[in-house]
Design a protein around this ligand. Structure first.
Ligand code: FES
Ligand SMILES: [Fe+2]
Length: 342
């Protein structure tokens, strides 16, 4: 591929942030290999439950530590038994004498556990007080939540754009989500330094089964689409405090062409949320799989053509701001209005 194409498809990694490596429930007794932004690592828990993330290959003779086992002093390589602590320090070399002892370590990444996920900090600097993103309605006892995880065969930027793109819903999710009504809706875009938000007004009730189930007739819907740098999207549909839906996706680049996405689904539908979920959850999974398919096709088609053009149109709403932010540009604080016929 040409450099121009690569530059558009693969913006510089944004590293000084926390990334989800896995759900807490996925990290048990065995080490878990993961790749984030091309860095191959292995996650593990010490016997006391403390999580760690260190480079996947053993520094001694390169065995993958995904084959290792957790023992009292850390993660023990399956070849010669070198053992690593969660901070990357070699805590034990079985055959060494005291006279041979010297400090050795492998690459490690800071790890925290929060809101049911294990997060890894990918930056060069100390994360300091920089916190992980928070999941909406996480602490709301009345909210119903679940997580969907998918691997997208595509660049993270294309996933982000897809999750906040309205016009594709009529074609990719035909009859599932939103049908074309050609009704004109107004929107307001508010841009900040590392965040852009589109707020939509006068949106009609979606003319689909999902729309009829989830959206009460004759109510005013507040719909916002937001992108937070580096890789978080959030879509809100709000009617009242007791009836609202939020979809927050964290796109974790595996490499330039693959992205692991954790989608946090949170909704309130008092008092029958568990019943609604019986229908909502399988439908949401189906819709997500349709996006997995179209992103795979987009990547294949760009690779096959060895060409990509990105024409921005007002129907992309915040597509341009997303590309600019993801390509390292700083947005000026601004507000603009527009209309969309969907
Ligand atoms: S290869 Fe890991 S201890 Fe030798
Ligand atoms: Fe979609």
């Amino acid at each position: 591929m040409s450099n121009g194409l690569l530059a558009k498809m693969h913006p510089e990694w944004m590293t000084e942030y926390w990334f989800i490596a896995c759900k807490s429930s996925q990290l048990k007794r065995k080490p878990l290999p993961r790749e984030i932004q091309g860095n191959k690592m292995v996650l593990f828990r010490k016997k006391d439950g403390t999580p760690g993330a260190i480079r996947e290959q053993c520094i001694h003779r390169n065995l993958s530590l995904a084959r290792a086992r957790v023992c009292d002093s850390g993660l023990q390589c399956s070849y010669h038994g070198w053992t690593y602590d969660v901070d990357g320090r070699v805590s034990r070399i079985p055959a060494q004498t005291d006279a041979d002892r010297k400090e050795m370590r492998t690459k490690s990444w800071p790890v925290v556990e929060s809101q049911g996920f294990v997060w890894v900090y990918m930056g060069q600097k100390d994360p300091g007080s920089k916190g992980v993103p928070m999941f909406p309605l996480h602490d709301d006892a009345k909210a119903n939540t679940w997580v969907m995880e998918r691997i997208f065969e595509g660049n993270a930027l294309h996933c982000i754009e897809n999750f906040l793109d309205i016009p594709h819903t009529i074609y990719v999710h035909s009859k599932w989500f939103r049908n074309e009504s050609r009704k004109e809706i107004e929107f307001k875009v508010t841009a900040g330094r590392d965040h852009v938000c589109a707020e939509f007004f006068n949106e009609a009730q979606f003319d689909t089964l999902l729309g009829k189930i989830l959206i009460p007739a004759n109510t005013v819907m507040k719909h916002t689409d937001q992108y937070f740098k580096p890789y978080t999207t959030r879509v809100d549909y709000y009617f009242t405090e007791k009836r609202q839906f939020i979809i927050q996706s964290h796109c974790v680049p595996i490499n330039e062409h693959r992205t692991r996405v954790f989608t946090w689904m949170a909704f309130r539908f008092d008092p029958i949320a568990p019943l609604v979920r019986l229908i909502f959850e399988p439908m949401a999974n189906r819709i997500l799989d349709q996006d997995v398919k179209v992103i795979r096709e987009q990547t294949e088609d760009i690779k096959n053509a060895n060409h990509a053009s990105f024409v921005f149109h007002r129907t992309d709403v915040i597509g341009k701001e997303i590309f600019d932010l993801a390509n390292g540009k700083k947005l000026k604080a601004s507000i603009r209005n527009g209309t969309l016929a969907i």
